[in-house]
Design a protein around this ligand. Structure first.
Ligand code: SF4
Length: 340
């Protein structure tokens, strides 16, 4: 019989608990974990919004029989008798985020005498995240340029070998902190690292990164003169959208990074970046074309380069967004190459 590697077993447990809406793994309730009180309150709100409700456990499961082949149902899930209905958390709420009832796969109980699979009814949509400005007060002081490197190092040291959210167990190789000029006037915020970034530890270095470099170059800037970071610093498995708890847990670090750099303009690349920066649940289309605000910077919203790779027809629209940013920063754009 083929044995399952321990890391896969651990991942199965974590997935199982997350499906059940149990997020206590994240140490949010541990007072020794240094979290801003406002952020801890937001996470607690997320906990109540995603907690298991109306859990009904089949007789076999109540007797301690294995569920999903590994975990047993926790005491929180051992209440009323009868049918098998579990309210689980919705996953990420990237638009359009309207959870629909789902049914658990039927192959968890392969034997004939096994109980019927649990039906999983998705809970209400995840709460609207708080904006970065609502999570932590915006500092009025701007760090002197000479102090920014040490301040950013402090943020990196605080992250350490972070295990604050499930992405630590999703097969990440490197924490992708952020990269660029600590005095940049322009900052780009993406969603999360992909495979190339996870490998290198640097943001936007794959194909989407090359396109972002071209976009920055077309604005008349070298990449080294901007700062680039993501909403989450660890690669979500299979490049899925970061979940609410992952994004809100990791936000504390990006907030600090923005406060160190104090950019004049932030470009939110894609709906996920806009959602968490601004604390909104709106379509990308409705957010583009207007100025928003976060951490004292003007925020423009445009398409994520990975989306533009999939649908190059939208590059013209993205260029319009970047031209507005160029106007704000007084950039002239790349000079045309001299013809021979
Ligand atoms: S995504 Fe952020 S909070 Fe989650 S483990 Fe990585 S660094 Fe920590």
């Amino acid at each position: 019989m083929m044995s399952v590697p321990p890391e896969q077993q651990l991942r199965a447990y974590v997935d199982y608990l997350r499906d059940m809406g149990i997020y206590d793994l994240y140490r949010r309730d541990d007072p020794s974990v240094p979290l801003p009180e406002s952020l801890r309150a937001a996470l607690t709100a997320a906990k109540s919004a995603t907690s298991v409700q109306n859990v009904v456990v089949p007789a076999r499961a109540q007797a301690g029989a294995p569920v999903r082949g590994a975990a047993t149902v926790s005491p929180r899930a051992s209440a009323p008798p009868a049918a098998a209905s579990v309210r689980a958390s919705a996953s990420a709420f990237a638009p359009p985020a309207v959870p629909t009832p789902a049914t658990a796969p039927t192959n968890y109980f392969p034997s004939d005498d096994a109980p019927p699979p649990m039906s999983v009814e998705m809970s209400a949509p995840m709460p609207k995240p708080k904006s970065f400005d609502a999570l932590v007060p915006v500092p009025s002081l701007v760090l002197p340029a000479a102090e920014r490197s040490a301040a950013m190092e402090k943020v990196r040291a605080e992250i350490g070998d972070c295990t604050r959210c499930p992405l630590a167990y999703g097969g990440r190789h490197k924490i992708v902190f952020g990269d660029g000029d600590l005095s940049a006037r322009l900052m780009f915020v993406g969603e999360g690292p992909g495979a190339d970034e996870d490998e290198s530890g640097l943001p936007f270095v794959g194909k989407a990164g090359q396109l972002l470099n071209n976009m920055i170059g077309a604005m008349g800037l070298p990449r080294e003169q901007v700062y680039i970071a993501n909403i989450v610093k660890c690669r979500p498995p299979a490049n899925r959208t970061p979940e609410y708890v992952e994004a809100t847990t990791c936000s504390q670090f990006l907030i600090q990074q923005i406060d160190v750099v104090k950019p004049q303009v932030i470009v939110a690349l894609g709906a996920t970046a806009a959602t968490y920066l601004l604390g909104v649940k709106q379509s990308l289309a409705s957010l583009r074309g207007s100025w928003h605000e976060a951490r004292g910077a003007k925020v423009a919203v445009t398409y994520h380069p990975a989306f533009l790779l999939r649908d190059p027809r939208q590059k013209g629209e993205a260029w319009k967004d970047l031209q507005r940013v160029m106007g704000e920063l007084g950039l002239q754009g790349a000079r045309p190459k001299p013809t021979a």
